[in-house]
Design a protein around this ligand. Structure first.
Ligand SMILES: [Zn+2]
Length: 68
């Protein structure tokens, strides 16, 4: 296990501590913006915003396949 504390910079593994910016559910999508910063979304909101937001991101990290 790696530590889940500390900076999120460069981190691609979302944890239970990462929460959707829209609804507060556990986040499975991390959108790293070209303008800087990152947004977190649950599976639902990740899908909802992907069409408009994804073109503006440098990295779109979708870990929704971890949902069991
Ligand atoms: Zn959400």
């Amino acid at each position: 296990m790696t530590s889940t504390t500390g900076t999120l910079e460069g981190q691609t593994q979302l944890t239970a501590l990462d929460r959707c910016d829209r609804c507060g559910a556990q986040a499975y999508v991390r959108a790293e913006l070209a303008s800087g910063g990152a947004l977190l979304f649950c599976n639902h909101h990740g899908r909802a915003v992907e069409g408009t937001l994804r073109p503006k991101t440098l990295n779109w990290i979708d870990e929704s396949d971890r949902i069991s």
